[in-house]
Structure formats: structure tokens, C-alpha cells
Ligand binder design. Structure first.
Ligand code: 3PG
Length: 210
């Protein structure tokens, strides 16, 4: 079933995956990404600043859809929901996390890398999944192969994807969007290089199939 969240991600095309060290940078970052044409952002719970950064980015850029990634357990999911995350992303899936995400009723992208992972996600009711780590796990060839037995499943591949691969991934029928940190790397954010981030976002948008 195609959800509203899936449609939003499809329109966005590319979801920047962000590790931010200073929540005071979140508003500038949100504006740069928006100026570059991106509409969905994943902040990751890899830094203590992630939760306040999510609050700040949503306040500064209300039109942005801002989710929390690197959600590893039920407690992370609750912390993200409490600060107003629009969606949750995890590199994997546990039964506890699946139950927590379903109870929170937030869009959730669990991570999968194998057919068994995928079947467990389907058992929990998830059919729009993060394929992670995309390039290391087999990339485009692997996703094409999954399309046979799992025709009803859609993916957001992330992990090792750069601008040169975006078009090919987005051209696959089972790919809704791609994620990647290259658009707004931690180093670019630290350097407050908003113009480069905006240009990276524009370049990512330009890779979307017409
Ligand atoms: C992640 O969760 O780390 C994302 O997949 C981003 O991966 P990347 O840094 O290789 O783009």
C-alpha cells in the first residue's frame, strides 16, 4: 500500500542523512536544504545535538518533513517522537522497536539487508524499508533481485550512495527515494558551508528521473 509518507519521500527523491553536532546550526541547515529543493530530512541520533536540532529545524522550517534516524530501540523511538519527529528510521529492526514504532503510529523506515530481514519487517506490517548498507550489501543488482520475490516492497536505499549513483537507484521500480550523507556532511555543517550544501541539494534534485 502506498502511504502518504511514501508519496512525500517519492517527491523528495533524496533524503539527506545528517549528523549534527550543534543544534544552533539546524535552522541554517534547514534553510539551505530547502533552498536547494529538498523537502525531507533525516537527522540521526548519533550526536547529543540531534534531539534539540530536530526541534530547531522544524521551528525554523515548518514546511520541511524532519525525521529521526539511527533509532536503535524503543527508547530512542520514544525520545524522537517526544520532540516531534515526523518519521523514524532505523538501520535494522528488532521486535521491540517494531512494536514501539507501531504504537507511536509514526511513519517508520526499518533497515533491512537480507530477504529474512525483509520478511520479518513484512510480518510487522512494514513494506517501505531502508535498504542498508546499500552499496556494501549489493547495491542496484541486489535491489533488482529482491524485486522478484518481494514485488510489493519499496525501498529507500542508503549507505555509500553518492550523487553519481542517485539516478540509477531512483530509476528502479522498487526504489521510492535514496538517502545519503554527502548532501550535508558533518564537515560541511561544521564549516557552515551553507552554499555548498544548497548546491549539493540542487545537484541531488537534478539527478531525479523526469
Ligand atoms: C546512514 O544511516 O549512515 C546512511 O545510510 C548514510 O550513509 P552514507 O553516509 O554512506 O551516505
Amino acid at each position: 500500500m502506498t502511504t502518504e509518507f511514501q508519496t512525500t519521500c517519492h517527491k523528495a527523491g533524496v533524503i539527506p542523512v545528517i549528523a549534527i553536532d550543534d543544534a544552533a546550526m539546524a535552522a541554517y541547515l534547514g534553510h539551505a536544504l530547502q533552498a536547494g529543493g529538498l523537502s525531507v530530512v533525516e537527522l540521526t541520533l548519533r550526536t547529543p545535538a540531534a534531539l534539540p536540532a530536530l526541534i530547531a529545524m522544524k521551528a525554523a522550517c515548518p514546511a520541511l518533513v524532519v525525521g529521526m534516524g539511527t533509532v536503535l530501540n524503543a527508547e530512542d523511538a520514544k525520545r524522537a517522537a517526544d520532540v516531534g519527529a515526523d518519521f523514524l528510521v532505523s538501520p535494522g529492526l528488532t521486535d521491540d522497536l517494531a512494536k514501539a514504532a507501531n504504537a507511536l503510529a509514526l511513519p517508520f523506515l526499518p533497515g533491512v539487508a537480507t530477504p529474512t530481514d525483509l520478511m520479518r519487517a513484512l510480518d510487522h506490517g512494514f513494506d517501505f524499508l531502508k535498504f542498508f548498507p546499500a552499496e556494501a550489501a549489493g547495491g542496484i543488482t541486489y535491489l533488482k533481485a529482491l524485486g522478484g520475490p518481494f514485488g510489493g516492497v519499496s525501498f529507500c536505499p542508503t549507505g555509500g550512495i553518492g550523487p553519481d549513483q542517485v539516478g540509477a537507484y531512483l530509476g528502479l521500480p522498487n526504489v521510492v527515494c535514496v538517502g545519503g550523507s554527502w548532501v550535508a556532511s558533518n564537515a560541511l555543517i561544521k564549516a557552515q558551508d551553507w552554499k555548498v550544501i544548497e548546491d549539493n541539494a540542487k545537484q541531488a534534485k537534478a539527478m531525479m528521473p523526469a
